[in-house]
Design a protein around this ligand. Structure first.
Ligand SMILES: *Cc1c(COP(=O)(O)O)cnc(C)c1O
Length: 342
């Protein structure tokens, strides 16, 4: 397969439009069979449900080339499952795992020339999303929906070296108890924009959100789950809360820690006050896999996690290398983790 004429090594993390995307419509209670289209634009009625009441959910995953030349995705079945959970919470029609994977396969094959070659550090970022498309003026779920998947080639998250992140505790809350924090919906991001712009203006990279009820427990950042390493380096501690988005990267790292690195994993409530007990902190998500956290500031305190090293700490490095080794086919993956398209 001929590859697109792109400078793979120097791609940034932005939207590059490709020629093809997948689209399927939900009407009269059912999804159509879905097709590839060249049209990147969507024409909607002014009163479409998504425009008035933000009825939209999304997913994010990566497609890439393994060392032995296969085009694969990492655990896309979990994206399909999470999308279903998001849809149910916003009263949107679900899409079966079969249709999700079928659409993904069509999209990937139509964008084969944009799947970066192995070793460039680049990947093809995949964005599946669904929205209410027919006019809705009284507050109720739409009757018609569109589900789309587009692809955009992206470069490595950390270009020119890893820089530990500076985080601050946000004065704003991300997700109410029993709210929508555990689903991947645009609404969770809309309300985070003011908080992130504020954090950036104050010189921080990201916000840490606390539990809104007591503001004593760590939840996650605006777009990544958190993990902590105990001082003896033998244990991973992961905040537990019903309003944290179930990150596929974080769930995979739990398996890596337990089954590949023989570490103990504790999922429990983590107090802001106990951050001084940890030696490393990382942010987990598809884009960067694990980003090291340098400091977390809040409540008049500053916790540092970079004692004696730069970049990723020793435990986070092991987790990162093992998971990326599994993803690229250099370490044997657990059954079903790698979906091969070509
Ligand atoms: C998408 C997302 C993550 C990361 O999930 P992955 O499946 O690992 O990419 C974490 N937190 C939030 C709020 C998210 O939206």
């Amino acid at each position: 397969m001929k590859k697109a004429d792109l400078d793979w090594e120097n791609l940034g993390f932005g939207y590059i439009q490709t020629e093809k995307r997948y689209v399927t419509n939900f009407k009269d209670g059912k999804w159509d069979s879905g097709e590839i289209t060249s049209d990147a634009n969507i024409v909607l009625n002014e009163c479409a449900g998504v425009l008035q009441y933000a009825q939209t959910v999304f997913e994010g995953l990566k497609v890439y080339t393994t060392k032995d030349g296969h085009i694969v995705a990492f655990r896309p079945d979990l994206n399909a499952e999470r999308l279903m959970d998001s849809c149910k919470r916003l009263e949107m029609p679900v899409l079966s795992e079969e249709q999700f994977i079928d659409g993904l396969e069509k999209l990937v094959m139509a964008n084969e020339e944009y799947v970066p070659p192995f070793g460039t550090g680049a990947t093809l970022y995949i964005r599946p999303y669904m929205f209410g498309s027919n006019p809705v003026i009284g507050v109720k779920p739409a009757d018609e929906y569109q589900f789309r998947i587009f692809a955009t080639p992206v470069g490595p998250y950390f270009k020119g070296g890893i820089r530990p992140l500076r985080l601050c505790v946000s004065d704003f809350d991300r997700a109410a108890p029993h709210g929508t924090g555990n689903i991947k919906a645009g609404l969770n991001y809309a309300m985070s924009l003011h908080a992130i712009v504020t954090a950036h203006a104050n010189g921080y990279d990201e916000n840490v959100y606390l539990d809104p009820a007591t503001r004593t427990k760590i939840e996650e950042t605006g777009g990544a789950n958190m993990l902590f390493v105990s001082k003896d380096g033998k244990k991973i501690v992961i905040p537990k809360s019903d309003s944290i988005l179930p990150s596929i990267t974080r769930r995979s790292l739990v398996t890596v820690a337990k089954d590949y690195l023989d570490m103990e994993v504790e999922q429990r409530e983590v107090l802001f006050e106990e951050l001084g007990d940890f030696s490393e902190c990382g942010l987990c998500g598809t884009a960067a896999v694990i980003s090291p956290v340098g400091t977390i500031e809040g409540k008049g305190k500053e916790y540092s996690f970079q004692d004696g090293f730069e970049g990723r700490g020793p435990v986070i490095t092991k987790l990162y290398e093992t998971l990326t080794g599994i993803q690229t086919g250099q370490i044997e993956a657990p059954e079903g983790w790698i979906k091969r398209f070509a």
